[in-house]
Design a protein around this ligand. Structure first.
Ligand code: ADP
Ligand code: MG
Length: 421
C-alpha cells in the first residue's frame, strides 16, 4: 500500500472525526507509514498520540505502544475503542490481566484485529510477552514520553533504560517512533542514542506559547499578600498556584479562602476522594483557584486556566514550562507569575543532598538554568525557547512583547542599548 493511495484525511475523519491535521502531524504520519525511525518533539497538547495511532490503524500488523502511565494507556484505549466497531482494536497488556484476558489479547493480535497494543515498560521484562511479540507481525513500536529514558529529563524511569534491548529482541528491523514534549537538546540526544535510532527523521514543533505572559517577581515575606492581591485582581478567573510543600499548599489555600477566594488545596497527601472532589470543583468552576503541589496537572485538561502562579520556583526550566503551559490552552490570556528568592534555590539544593552524586550534579545544573532564567534581563520567552534549542526574535516572533523584561526593560539593558545607538 503506498501512501499516495491512502487518503489520510478521510482516515482522520473516519477514525477520529477531525477535519484537519494539527501542526506537523501529517508529515509525521506519512513518515511513520513509510516505515522510518521517527522522532517527534511537540509540546504537551500538540497531538502526539495521533502520530502513532493513525498509522497503526492504517498499517498491517500491530503497533506496540510503550507508555509509562497505566491511567493514560487506559484512556487512550477507551477512546480508540469508542470509534471502532471492534473493541479488540486496542488492548493494554499488563500484569493485572488474568489468564483468560491475556489469551483474548493474544488471540486478537494473532487474528489481526488488534492494531494498537499498549504496554508498560515493566511488562516487557516478562519473557513470555517478549517471546509472544516476537512471533507476531509488529507494524512499528512507539515509545511515548520517551524522555523517561533520560536522566536529564524531568521524569527519569529506570525501566525505560532497557527498552532498546527488549525492542531489539522483539524484532531487529521494526521501525521505532519516539515521542516527547521535552525539547532540551541533551534529552533529545539521550533518547536517540538510548533507543538506538540516531538515524531517525526528527520532527520538532515550536514550543512558543505566544498567548502566555511571563513574569518573575522577587519573593519577599509579603508573598502571600502579593498572591492574594493578584488573585483578587483576577476574580472569577481560573488559576493554579503551585507550592513546593503540602503544608504550604494547605496554608495558602486557607489564606485565600479567608480572603474570600474560592480556593481548594490539592496534593498527594490528601485522600483520593478529596483529591478527585477538589479537581472536579476546579473543572466545574465551583472553585476558581487550586493551590497545589506538582501532583496536580498531569492529564488535567482545563482549557481556560487564566493564570499559573509559582509560589516557589520549580526545579528546572522544563518543569516551569510544563506547569505554566497549563495556562491559556484555549489560546486566550494566560498570565504566568513566578515568585523568586535565591534562598529557595538553596533549599532545593539541600533537598538533593541525600541523592547519588550524578543525580545531584544534574539537579544542580538544571537549577542553575532556573537561576539564570529568574535573574535574566532578556526576554523570558527568548530564554525559554533558547533553552529548548529554538531561536526567537522578540521583534518579529509571535508574543515577542509578552513578558515583564520586554515590557519594562531593566536599567542596565536600557543603558547597553543606548551605548549601541
Ligand atoms: P500530546 O500527547 O502531544 O500531549 P494528545 O495526543 O494528548 O497531545 O492530544 C491533545 C489533544 O488534541 C487531544 O484532545 C486530541 O484529541 C486533540 N487532537 C489531536 N490531533 C487533533 C487534530 N488533528 N484535530 C483536532 N484535535 C486534535
Ligand atoms: Mg501524550
Amino acid at each position: 500500500m503506498s501512501i499516495a493511495e491512502i487518503d489520510l484525511h478521510s482516515a482522520l475523519k473516519k477514525y477520529f472525526g477531525f477535519s484537519g491535521f494539527k501542526g506537523l502531524q501529517e508529515e509525521v504520519i506519512k513518515n511513520v507509514i513509510e516505515g522510518n525511525n521517527t522522532f517527534v518533539i511537540m509540546p504537551t497538547g500538540g497531538g502526539k498520540s495521533l502520530c502513532y495511532q493513525l498509522p497503526a490503524l492504517i498499517k498491517d500488523g500491530t503497533a506496540i505502544v510503550v507508555s509509562p502511565l497505566i491511567a493514560l494507556m487506559k484512556n487512550q484505549v477507551d477512546a480508540i475503542r469508542a470509534v471502532s466497531e471492534n473493541e479488540g482494536v486496542a488492548h493494554v497488556l499488563n500484569s493485572s490481566l488474568n489468564k483468560t484476558e491475556v489469551r483474548r489479547v493474544k488471540d486478537d493480535i494473532v487474528n489481526g484485529i488488534t492494531k494498537l497494543l499498549y504496554v508498560a515498560p515493566e511488562s516487557l521484562t516478562k519473557e513470555e510477552y517478549v517471546d509472544f511479540l516476537r512471533s507476531v507481525q509488529v507494524s512499528f513500536m512507539a515509545v511515548d514520553e520517551a524522555h523517561c529514558i533520560s536522566e536529564w529529563g524531568h521524569d527519569f524511569r529506570p525501566e525505560y533504560r532497557n527498552l532498546r534491548h527488549i525492542l531489539k529482541r522483539i524484532g531487529d528491523n521494526i521501525p521505532i517512533v519516539g515521542l516527547t514534549a521535552t525539547a532540551t537538546p541533551k534529552v533529545q540526544e539521550d533518547i536517540l542514542k538510548s533507543l538506538g535510532m540516531t538515524d531517525a527523521v526528527t520532527f520538532k514543533a515550536s514550543f512558543n506559547r505566544p498567548n502566555l505572559y511571563y513574569e518573575v517577581r522577587p519573593k519577599t515575606k509579603n508573598v502571600d499578600a502579593d498572591i492574594i492581591r493578584f488573585v483578587k485582581q483576577n476574580e472569577g478567573k481560573s488559576g493554579i498556584v503551585y507550592c513546593l510543600s503540602r503544608k504550604r499548599v494547605e496554608e495558602l489555600a486557607q489564606v485565600l479562602q479567608v480572603n474570600g477566594v474560592k480556593a481548594v488545596p490539592y496534593h498527594a497527601g490528601l485522600d483520593a476522594k478529596t483529591r478527585v472532589k477538589h479537581q472536579d470543583m476546579f473543572l466545574m468552576e465551583d472553585a476558581d483557584v487550586v493551590v497545589a503541589t506538582i501532583a496536580f496537572g498531569m492529564g488535567i485538561d482545563k482549557p481556560d486556566v487564566r493564570f499559573v502562579i509559582h509560589h516557589d520556583i520549580p526545579k528546572s526550566i522544563e518543569s516551569y514550562y510544563q506547569e505554566t503551559g497549563r495556562a491559556g490552552r484555549d489560546g486566550g490570556e494566560g498570565h504566568c507569575l513566578a515568585f523568586y528568592a535565591y534562598k529557595d534555590i538553596e533549599k532545593l539544593e539541600k533537598f538533593m543532598s541525600g541523592k547519588p552524586v550524578a543525580e545531584q550534579e544534574i539537579g544542580h545544573a538544571l537549577l542553575q538554568e532556573v537561576v539564570a532564567f529568574a535573574e535574566t534581563s532578556i526576554s523570558r520567552r527568548k530564554f525559554i525557547l533558547h533553552y529548548f534549542g529554538e531561536e526567537f526574535d522578540t521583534e518579529t516572533g509571535e508574543g515577542g512583547d509578552m513578558d515583564d523584561n520586554v515590557r519594562n526593560p531593566k536599567k542596565q539593558v536600557e543603558s547597553k542599548n543606548e551605548v549601541k545607538i
